[in-house]
Design a protein around this ligand. Structure first.
Ligand code: PGA
Length: 245
């Protein structure tokens, strides 16, 4: 596959049995899957070809564990064979009050542990209503803050452009605008983090009907898919389209 394809299962499916079924149906080489923490071990066992990732981990990693009830550390997910992690998803920022400072800590921990960070950025509806220049300025600032502690030796990052108003709403961005934003993100990273190789994904109401048009845009290097990645029929159609793109 020339484009990256990541499934973000969010808080789905409902049971372990359904998670195994979904993992088996999604098990295709080059596809990346981020199940919820609770299902990481069983999904790992079910996968033979796809790459396993996490949706997050805690921003502290005391080497001897720590008193952080319910938190999951980077070393825990690493020991389960996780190769990448989503960081700074807008749902984490909104519902768990995640800050840019915490995001920077997580990115640093990911690099220290050899896990590829998939950083999520994107503007809200109210920012976007003020125009595309405002949206670009917002995204540039988010990237400048979130990548402020990337170690010198870091080689690669994935950034998912996910306009908040497009997530789970059925109201996707246009492929042209997403490609324009992808170019903008690449230029911001080139300026701030010289030498860091960046792949830019689009996320926000991607489905089997609209993905073909996005896939035609060379500046969009792949997709972060939420809802449609937990619907087997939809996901299989998406995987087939991306494979051919
Ligand atoms: P969605 O979510 O595909 O359900 O819009 C995308 C995401 O939040 O990563």
């Amino acid at each position: 596959m020339k484009k990256l394809l990541i499934a973000n299962w969010k808080m789905k499916p409902r049971t372990a049995r359904e998670a195994v079924k979904l993992a088996k149906a999604s098990d295709v080489r080059d596809v990346l899957i981020a199940p919820p923490y609770a299902f990481l071990p069983i999904v790992k066992n079910a996968l033979k070809k796809a790459t396993l990732g996490a949706q997050d981990f805690f921003y502290e990693d005391p080497k001897q564990g720590g008193a952080f009830t319910s938190a999951v550390s980077v070393s825990m997910v690493k020991s389960l064979g996780v190769k990448f992690t989503i960081i700074g998803h807008s749902e984490r920022r909104a519902y768990f009050s995640e800050t840019d400072e915490q995001v920077t800590k997580k990115i640093l921990l990911a690099y220290e542990n050899g896990i590829l960070p998939v950083l999520c950025v994107g503007e809200s509806q109210s920012v976007r209503q003020r125009g595309i220049m405002e949206a670009k300025a917002f995204v540039a600032l988010q990237i400048a803050k979130d990548l402020s502690r990337v170690p010198q030796q870091a080689k690669k990052i994935v950034i998912a452009y996910e306009p908040i108003w497009a997530i789970g709403t059925g109201n996707n961005d246009t492929p042209e605008n997403a490609a324009d934003m992808a170019r903008h993100i690449k230029s911001v990273v080139a300026k701030n983090n010289h030498g860091l190789n960046v792949a830019v994904l689009y996320g926000g109401s991607v489905n089997s009907k609209n993905i073909t048009a996005f896939a035609k845009e060379n500046d969009i290097n792949g997709f972060l898919v939420g809802g449609a990645s937990t619907d087997v029929k939809e996901w299989k159609a998406i995987m087939a389209i991306v494979k051919k793109a």
